[in-house]
Design a protein around this ligand. Structure first.
Ligand code: KIV
Length: 260
């Protein structure tokens, strides 16, 4: 059974693996294999078909996190705090406490660096474990006018290092680094004592995370450069469903074997 301390200790031992899941079915499949399951607000796009992650509600995140927790025995479950649920310390505390009480997650994840350190501090001071998230932050997509890779110059690099240190000082136990140049992600990783988990941040972070429907080829509308497809899920499922439909139309299903 993974807990916050076993995850922290992995920084100096071996790479950490994290994958997203949004329901008990997939969580049960991933549970024995990965260290951390993230109920990411990416579910807004890959599960609910939205254009970005902004619209998902706290209640929806809790619903999915509860389902994931029901499917998990071993992995550490982290729930993304949705956009607008941690605007100030008081609402962040109330909302994160709600996630903790109602879902069974071990930690929450918050997007932001030095600008959100006071929120991270407030949660960790109240015994809520926090995973940070810096670099390309999908909740900033409308403000920034798109998904922009970070760390492309010295100023951006220094800001990212400051952000990572601020989130660590505020008590976060781990840090997602998304969409950051590999060399910069390495410098960030070397500058903090907590594990870093990269996505589109190269190989020198302490771990990696991918969205399950991207890496298994179920979300095939677009494929970011950093996604490696381990399965052509959509194609495999489509072919199986086509076979079923043909069997039904041709009267090949159900045979005696599947009848009472
Ligand atoms: O929402 C999500 O799935 C995430 C990961 C991409 C890190 O935040």
């Amino acid at each position: 059974m993974q807990n916050i301390n076993t995850i922290i200790s992995l920084k100096s031992n071996r790479k950490i693996s994290m994958i997203t899941a949004y329901d008990a079915l997939m969580a049960k499949i991933f549970d024995d294999i990965v260290d951390i399951i993230l109920v990411g607000d990416s579910l807004s796009m890959s599960f609910s078909g939205e254009k970005d992650t902004i619209g998902i509600t706290l209640e929806e995140m809790i619903y999915h996190t509860k389902a994931v927790c029901r499917g998990v025995k071993k992995a550490l479950v982290v729930c993304d705090m949705p956009f607008g649920s941690y605007l100030d310390e008081k609402s962040a505390l109330l909302n994160a406490a709600k996630v903790y009480k109602q879902s069974g997650a071990t930690a929450v994840k918050i997007e932001g660096g030095a600008n959100k350190a006071h929120i991270v501090r407030s949660l960790t001071n109240n015994s809520i474990a926090v995973m940070g998230h810096i670099g390309l932050m999908p909740q900033y997509v409308r403000l920034e006018g798109g998904y922009k890779v970070k760390g492309k110059n010295e100023i951006e690099k220094q800001k990212l290092i400051e952000d990572a240190k601020a989130v660590e000082d505020a008590g976060a136990f781990a840090l997602v680094i998304e969409g950051v140049k590999s060399s910069v992600a390495k410098e960030i990783t070397d500058s903090v004592n907590i594990p870093t988990i990269g996505i589109g941040a190269g190989k020198n972070t302490d771990g990696q995370v991918l969205v399950w429907s991207d890496m298994l080829g179920f979300f095939d509308e677009f494929k970011p450069k950093f996604v490696k497809r381990y399965l052509n899920g959509a194609e495999i499922v489509k072919n199986a469903v086509k076979e079923y439909v043909e069997d039904v139309r041709n009267g090949k299903f159900p045979t005696e074997e599947y009848s009472y």
